[in-house]
Design a protein around this ligand. Structure first.
Ligand SMILES: Cc1ncc(COP(=O)(O)O)c(C=O)c1O
Length: 390
């Protein structure tokens, strides 16, 4: 892979190369401008830093461990470590971002929190953070996902959130985001707590910032364990928040190969896929100039993946950029491959991964076969929500 690491930078505020920006109606543009200002303020605010890191430590349970997966390593023929985001409070990486953003929402005086969710992990994490700060919470979720991820709907309701079923379109994450953005335009006094590194500026940059704790910890933990950096790192990509959270800390280490797994559903050629960076086109989608699955006229099309959290036709602008400059390789993993990895990791290591994270495990198992290399896989979440399905 040839990459010019000097290229890895944000060219202007809210942009990653040619990708990014904020393409929203004026009423939201004004809100997002205030949000961006607040975000840049907290980045250098020691009291924010203290409150955030205290909560990550004592409430979320960070640092999450970097676990050497011995039996998986023996089976694959490479030395594999798992970054255990599944051990976080609420069971996924999503809580890192919701804790960061709820602190910003509090500073901005918000009383109501809005969120979209696919797999329900971001919804649960948002409902949790809202409960913690005594705020009202409304979560928009596609009708199909409400069925696929029922356990998380029960959790959100128990936490006091209202779950709004989105019946438009396919009833998946894209529709939930569309609906949430529409609702936000009409209720712009609320705080929209977006769950991935997608959408208009400042969300992609802000979500990546809060998730970068994953890579910071993993880098330090790997150096302590092995005395050198890993040969490669792996993560799954829906909108791209857990992946960018791990990758950011390693982007400038040219020797570290970076791989991301997209949900290719029934296969790249099947027409039933969510492999955005393998198949998509450049367009403005949900507030950002990025890559999206499209028809022959360049209009966005619906995605498909067995994993609700990856079943999204768009991707964050930073990933579009990292794909363009070839710093990260994006591979499709099918439903069948992911389900196999889901079962395999459960039996080999006694760890049941989320079906989303299983895509990263499947990709690593494929690419690391008998390579005798060292690697980190980001285990973005746990699979309790998926056990009844697979
Ligand atoms: C466990 C888990 N991993 C990964 C994802 C994909 O999201 P992202 O690409 O933003 O990390 C989700 C989304 O719901 C998820 O729940």
């Amino acid at each position: 892979m040839t990459t010019n690491t000097a290229q890895i930078h944000e060219t202007k505020q809210g942009y990653f190369g040619q990708f990014g920006g904020a393409f929203v109606p004026p009423i939201i543009a004004e809100k997002l401008q205030t949000l961006a200002e607040e975000f840049y303020k907290i980045k250098t605010d020691k009291s924010f830093e203290k409150e955030f890191t205290d909560l990550l430590k004592n409430y979320v349970g960070r640092p999450s461990s970097l676990y050497f997966a011995k039996r998986l390593s023996e089976k694959v023929g490479s030395k594999i470590y798992l970054k255990r985001e599944d051990l976080n409070h609420t069971g996924a990486h999503k809580i890192n971002n919701t804790i960061g953003q709820i602190l910003i929402a509090k500073r901005m005086g918000a009383k109501t929190i809005l969120a979209e969710t696919g797999a329900g992990q971001h919804g649960v994490a948002t409902a949790t953070a809202a409960a913690l700060f005594g705020m009202e919470c409304k979560v928009f979720m596609g009708a199909k996902d409400i069925e696929r991820q029922a356990l998380n709907v029960n959790r959100m309701e128990l936490l006091g959130a209202e779950v709004v079923s989105v019946k438009q379109g396919q009833g998946t994450l894209k529709d939930a985001v569309d609906f949430a953005l529409g609702y936000y335009i009409e209720h712009s006094d609320a705080y929209y707590l977006l769950g991935s590194a997608v959408g208009p500026h400042p969300y992609p940059e802000m979500v990546a910032y809060f998730q970068s704790v994953i890579g910071k910890e993993a880098r330090k933990q790997f150096l302590e364990a092995e005395g050198k950096l890993p040969d490669s790192i792996f993560a799954c990509v829906g909108g791209g928040s857990n992946a960018i959270g791990l990758f950011k800390e390693f982007l400038k280490d040219e020797k570290v190969k970076i791989y991301a797994a997209e949900g290719s559903g029934e296969g790249l050629e099947s027409g039933k896929t969510a492999a955005t960076l393998n198949l998509g086109k450049r367009m403005i989608f949900q507030g950002s100039d990025s890559i999206c699955l499209a028809d022959e006229n360049g209009n966005p099309v619906d995605s498909y993946s067995v994993a609700s959290g990856l079943d999204y036709p768009g991707v964050g602008p930073e990933h579009a950029y990292l794909n363009e400059i070839k710093r990260v390789e994006y591979h499709g993993i099918t439903d069948v491959e992911a389900i196999e990895a889901f079962r395999e990791l459960s039996r080999l290591e006694g760890i049941i991964p989320a079906i989303e994270s299983s895509h990263a495990v499947a990709l690593a198992m494929k690419l690391l076969k008998n390579k005798d290399e060292t690697a980190i896989i980001n285990l973005s979440g746990r699979g309790d929500k998926d056990v009844v399905r697979f």
